[in-house]
Design a protein around this ligand. Sequence first.
Ligand code: NAD
Length: 278
Amino acid sequence: MSSKVPPIVLNNGVEMPQLGFGVWQVPDDEAERAVATALEAGYRSIDTAAIYGNEEGTGRAVAASGIPREEVFVTTKLWNSDQGYDSALRAFDTSLGKLGLEYVDLYLIHWPTPARGKFVDTYKALEKLHAEGRVRAIGVSNFLPEHLEHLIAEASVIPAVNQIELHPHLQQHAAREYHAEQGIATEAWSPLGQGKGLLEVPAIVAIGQKHNRTPAQVVLRWHLQLGNIVIPKSVTPSRIRENIEVFDFSLDTEDLAAISALNEDRRLGPDPATFDVA
Ligand code: NAD
């Protein structure tokens, strides 16, 4: 099946599917099965990370799919303990080896860990990998606008993407605005709010009933209409398929306003200013 997902054009002209598949907390073997199901369902973008421990399973599923390499967009991320110029280059080689690929489409610094003071050096290694053509686009994750300002002042390549926690309970208005000014695409992690209370919020359930869609589809559609890149995760085949069936309906202005009213500036994950697990 060919992809039904439209692309976002990144600031270096590279096209990234606006909806992809995330594999956080999915063990390697299960990730292989889930990624295979996702590719079969039409996903063409996969989001993994060195720390997830499933780059190998992800790579096996991509290889086994028979889909031409250039049609699948693979993202991985550099872990905190690998920050620094030389260690970042080594970490990239390790990730590439585990994925079994010749290049990755997007390589991200997973967390800024500002107390380490190394994200600029780390990013310079990513710039080198980009210049060598081993990474098609480079970016960051969990960077606050203050970290981006610092980085951009020293970098030659503006990050293509900042992947941040973003869902109706944490709408990230200031970050999204700053990204738009800088030409950085906003990618939403935990786009479904990790599937917890968010999918039971009455306003979201009601919008779903109105459109004959599930709450998860409503939330994903809200992200897409805002222009966010999304990477929902599921290991359940029916949900994997459900989460990509979001390109044949639209939320109206009233629906969008009702979801925008749900913002609580509430994080599920850690604070990027202080998070620093090695
Ligand atoms: P998510 O918001 O995608 O929610 C996933 C959970 O929602 C599932 O485990 C399941 O319980 C539920 N769910 C999924 N589809 C559903 C459906 N159709 N109906 C009902 N429930 C459903 O959460 P996530 O996995 O935290 O985030 C998605 C991806 O973002 C991750 O897999 C990972 O790739 C990425 N991520 C990145 C970072 C980072 O620091 N950069 C952090 C967390 C996650």
